[in-house]
Design a protein around this ligand. Structure first.
Ligand code: NAD
Ligand code: IMJ
Length: 256
């Protein structure tokens, strides 16, 4: 098969380490011939992400905390003159306490933080990047089933993912005339840094593998291959959608 992303440049936000879904996507995009620009959250991650970027042959590795408007503006200024074809947003954050006690206990500040980092940042990044996507392109974000159903402990992150999925639809409507498509992948549970500290996460993984039609967990490489499809010309008719890459778990009701 020919490379699917040759001649395309992708901005990928949210690589923290080798286990990051963003890293799996960066690997797949590189395999398909894309030029990569990676961003990381701050100094604490700089060394790791620069090393990973080196291994991947990334063209640039830049810092961007998406909760800071000036950092998003600075990122876009740094990229002036670059044409982007793909933006991949793999970022979420909520207070750890809000992911264990009842959702009912969520504070105003905790609610705002989760929504700011996990949902609003897609709007801010899409708006800032759109002028660099002059020939059209693809914006992609990562969601989770907790946006649509109640998942134990997911709490305020579920509400923020619901806002993220709705933002995908409104952004798709706004950016469609500029030939920019906006989609989300709703991935099944994957053992990343964002999942590691979660209570009973191993049980979640086991439970999903027992129930999912494909009887296994989700592999980050599968998420990455769907991300390739969406960024490539093969995905040219798809916008405003949430595609489940979850071994089919999402379709199940009662199972024996
Ligand atoms: P991860 O911890 O590797 O990635 C999360 C990233 O968010 C990190 O790189 C972190 O630096 C970044 N981030 C947080 N706050 C930021 C900020 N203010 N500015 C810039 N970056 C910031 O974990 P992951 O599982 O790869 O998560 C990536 C995405 O996938 C998230 O949106 C997550 O909700 C989603 N997702 C994860 C799973 C799973 O089970 N792991 C399932 C479905 C969806
Ligand atoms: C996270 C919490 C509770 C249940 C969960 C998850 N399930 C899954 C996740 C069932 C699959 C992972 N996920 C989909 C996320 O989006 C995680 C987001 C996240 C994780 C942390 C942990 C560390 C921290 N803040 C976080 N913010 C967001 O301090």
């Amino acid at each position: 098969m020919p490379e699917l992303l040759t001649g395309k440049t992708a901005l990928i936000l949210g690589v923290a380490n080798r286990w990051s879904i963003a890293y799996a996507i960066a690997q797949a995009y590189r395999r398909e011939g894309a030029e990569l620009i990676l961003t990381y959250q701050g100094e604490r991650q700089q060394k790791t992400v620069e090393e990973l970027g080196g291994e991947l042959g990334a063209a640039r590795v830049l810092s961007c905390d998406v909760s800071q408007d000036e950092e998003i503006a600075a990122l876009v200024r740094t990229l002036e003159g670059t044409t982007l074809h793909s933006v991949v947003h793999c970022i979420a954050f909520a207070n750890k306490d809000d992911l264990s006690r009842p959702f009912l206990e969520t504070s105003r500040a905790g609610f705002a933080l989760a929504h700011d980092v996990s949902a609003y940042s897609l709007v801010a990044v899409a708006r800032a990047a759109a002028p660099l996507m002059a020939g059209g392109g693809s914006v992609l974000t990562l969601s989770y089933l907790g946006a649509q159903r109640v998942v134990q402990n997911y709490n305020v992150m579920g509400v923020a993912k619901a806002a993220l999925e709705s933002s995908v639809r409104y952004l798709a409507a706004d950016l469609g005339p500029s030939r920019i498509r906006v989609n989300a992948i709703s991935a099944g549970p994957i053992k990343t840094a964002s999942a590691r500290g979660i209570k009973d996460f191993s049980k979640v993984l086991e439970g999903v593998a027992a129930t999912a039609p494909l009887r296994r967990q989700t592999d980050p490489a599968e998420v990455a291959d769907t991300a390739v499809f969406l960024a490539s010309d093969l995905g040219r008719g798809v916008t405003g959608n949430v595609i489940y890459v979850d071994a089919g778990f999402q379709i199940m009701g009662l199972s024996a």
